[in-house]
Design a protein around this ligand. Sequence first.
Ligand SMILES: NC(=O)c1ccc[n+]([C@@H]2O[C@H](COP(=O)([O-])OP(=O)(O)OC[C@H]3O[C@@H](n4cnc5c(N)ncnc54)[C@H](OP(=O)(O)O)[C@@H]3O)[C@@H](O)[C@H]2O)c1
Length: 302
Amino acid sequence: MKKLLITGAGGFLGWNICRIAVRRYEVTGVYHRRHAGFPDVACVQCDLTCYAEVKAMMRQLRPDAVIHAAAIASPDQCLEDPSGSRRINVDAAVSLAGLCGEASIPCLFISTDLIFDGTSPPYSEASDPTPINLYGEQKVEAEQAMRARHGEMIICRMPLLFGDVPSGARSSIQPLIYTLTAGTEMALFIDEFRTPVSGTTAAAGILSMLEKKPELIHLGGKERISRYDFGKLVAAALGKDASAIRQDLAANSSRPAARPRDVSFDSSKAFSLGYRPQTIEKEIAALICISTAKAKIELPSG
Ligand SMILES: NC(=O)c1ccc[n+]([C@@H]2O[C@H](COP(=O)([O-])OP(=O)(O)OC[C@H]3O[C@@H](n4cnc5c(N)ncnc54)[C@H](OP(=O)(O)O)[C@@H]3O)[C@@H](O)[C@H]2O)c1
């Protein structure tokens, strides 16, 4: 079995990738403060912003490939801590690409749809990045600098993700499930659009791209949907009254970082390579089933 190193293993996406990758690879999950708690995945603790630690870890583990999913993934957090977020989102990513280059192994970097300004969707791999917040700027800088450092980069740009999470992490759907379950009113934007997929679909797509090795790929879903309509689908899957969800406009948002209105992806290149996301409705239904069975959705803080 080939050895695969996955960073961000204590976070939402890294955890989902580890869970699937373990079927085909000898996986080591890299966590930072929050342990992923896998029974069947070896985990190592590492602060990826410390070059000496990362170098020692790479030397000791000698992976055959690296998937880099660790980041400060919140646009608001990046704005609050520009230099701290830069250290992990840009500097650590570029250093890791350099170490992968020295070891002659592929490095798959997780990027985002938030590198686009949202004014001319759908966005394909040929679209020029036009970030409107610091998080998007950092991701674009990382993409370019990693590519300059290492010839074997695979860049997977991800859409909005939702799904099952490890303890202490969150995706976009957990707050919705909690609010709807509690019967509390909420407002969701009717004018912010994405092409979301579940963490499971995203992880499977990412792992398949590790084999196919495109230089750049968009792994969006097949449907463009507003936050509001997404919320209604979650309410329906939970059997809850959707009237608790009010329509709102993004212009009323008090979020500190700017958000693009419509960063829907054109993922036809990935579809032609065999990437097959299910409908959002089916993905949500499957997730609600898992969550109900586990009966352990935690209310995330913040
Ligand atoms: N979630 C989405 O909807 C979405 C959409 C598009 C793209 N993405 C991208 O997908 C990737 C994963 O995002 P996510 O949603 O899984 O975020 P997440 O749940 O916040 O996970 C990120 C992980 O990175 C780790 N990390 C942060 N600083 C680190 C450091 N200095 N050293 C080592 N690890 C560190 C965090 O560990 P600690 O918490 O222990 O510090 C955390 O486990 C990111 O690149 C993000 O930009 C996510």
